[in-house]
Write a protein that binds this ligand. Structure first.
Ligand SMILES: Nc1nc2c(ncn2[C@@H]2O[C@H](COP(=O)(O)OP(=O)(O)OP(=O)(O)O)[C@@H](O)[C@H]2O)c(=O)[nH]1
Ligand SMILES: [Mg+2]
Ligand SMILES: [Mg+2]
Ligand SMILES: [Zn+2]
Length: 389
């Protein structure tokens, strides 16, 4: 998707559909608030038919005196509704032209003094796409990426039966109206490439039995976990060797023989002690389901379930890892092009998608033994890992 085409559409008075294929399984029609007019509002209410909302970053709304609605929704990141508003000079506030005015005035001057409440346009506060991957945050970020003010307006698409999860209907509607469709994931990818959320904060020497390394800590505004880097050498004008290693406390620390993580880690530390390179230690224990869940899957594996199915049996994805953090850690170190040591094709795919140029990928093997052989075969067959088992 060429995101700049969406801007051309906006200038021609066409909204875009943002699809949420993960959380809600819904599609919303979206348009920049600063360009809003009654024709778009008409389209929203006739063809979208959901709740007409306007959104801006939460702090902007709070600073402007807008009032958050109380909520008893227990979900941590439920929709962040404020009291609905009308532009003060409205008559009743409900006509398309009045609602268009409410939306566009808000984007010009987000100050409660200009508005009457409660009114006829739902108002939502965005919490940042780094914190929540919902329509609100994705649409605000899309505005920003395309050079508009961070004010978006949108409406859910409801089908003829009143259903909101009908992706086939949304696809047909997009064709009928000739409007583009973009996913929240695609917007997130652009966001990761453009907006840096991870910063180096501290650096120290780390002598090890493999030689002297540097250890680097980061401030991480993406998943807020304490990922860190071990490195040897400097890489100005050089393409460094990089390993993105996912935490495996059983293998890395407790010498477990159930996997190959510990021996891969040691082999890589040895490798960079001789050749220089970077190790990113990602706190994504158990393919990012955590140690407690990993132990639950180990209990299932003791009964013969393989490592892929075991995650799904307990209701979690087989591999829950996202490498946008790793990509931004590399950028924080001014590294854009790498030689990656991995057997995992998904790591290569994800890092490239998030803007890291992978010049070469090199296999990194660990030890095979009687306890990890079935596990490694499963990695090869079900996760397409490049392994000789
Ligand atoms: N859920 C779960 N996680 C596991 C299991 N065994 C190892 N892990 C986790 O898997 C991650 C390591 O993943 P691997 O697929 O072995 O290696 P990789 O990092 O994807 O790929 P390489 O770069 O080739 O090493 C670590 O976070 C481990 O804690 C298991 O049986 N179940
Ligand atoms: Mg939504
Ligand atoms: Mg591994
Ligand atoms: Zn392991």
């Amino acid at each position: 998707m060429d995101i700049e085409n969406i801007k051309k559409d906006f200038e021609l008075g066409k909204p875009v559909i943002i699809l949420d294929t993960k959380r809600e399984i819904e599609g919303d029609m979206v348009f920049p608030s600063e360009l809003m007019d009654e024709k778009i509002i008409n389209l929203f209410i006739q063809k979208g038919r959901g709740l007409l909302c306007t959104a801006a970053d939460e702090n902007i709304l709070l600073d402007g005196g807008f009032i958050k609605l109380p909520s008893n929704n227990k979900e941590k990141f439920s929709t962040n509704f404020f009291i609905p508003i009308d532009y003060k000079l409205s008559n009743t506030g409900i006509s398309s032209i009045e609602r268009a005015n409410t939306v566009s005035v808000l984007s010009e001057n987000p100050n409660i003094g200009l508005f009457a409440y409660p009114g006829h346009v739902s108002l939502i506060g965005g919490r940042g796409l780094n914190n929540r991957k919902g329509h609100t945050e994705a649409s605000i970020e899309l505005m920003s990426i395309l050079g508009y003010k961070r004010f978006s307006s949108f409406v859910e698409i409801i089908d003829d039966n009143g259903e909101s999860h009908n992706l086939k209907y949304i696809e047909n509607l997009a064709k009928e109206l000739q409007i583009r469709v973009i996913t929240i994931d695609e917007i997130y990818e652009e966001y990761i490439k453009r907006v840096q959320n991870i910063f180096m904060v501290s650096k120290a020497k780390l002598p090890t039995k493999y030689g002297e390394f540097e250890i680097i800590a980061f401030k991480n505004n993406l998943d807020k976990k304490e990922h860190f880097v071990i490195k040897k050498g400097d890489f100005y004008n050089k393409i460094p060797y990089v390993r993105v290693h996912s935490e495996c406390v059983t293998g890395d620390v407790m010498s477990s023989l159930k996997c190959d993580c510990g021996s891969q880690l040691n082999n890589y530390l040895k490798f960079i002690s001789e050749n220089d390179g970077i190790l990113i230690y990602m706190r994504q224990e158990g393919r990012d389901i955590g140690i407690t869940n990993k132990i639950k899957t180990y209990a299932l594996q003791d009964k013969g379930v393989d490592t892929y199915d075991a995650n799904e049996v307990i209701g979690l994805p087989a591999d829950n890892r996202d490498y946008s953090n790793a990509a931004q850690i590399l950028k924080a170190m001014e590294v854009n092009k790498i030689k990656l040591l991995t057997n995992n094709p998904d790591k290569i795919k994800q890092l490239s998608k998030y803007g890291i140029d992978i010049e070469e990928s090199i296999n990194l093997y660990g030890e095979i033994n009687e306890y990890n052989e079935f596990y490694l075969k499963t990695k090869k067959i079900r996760f397409n890992h490049n392994l000789n088992v």
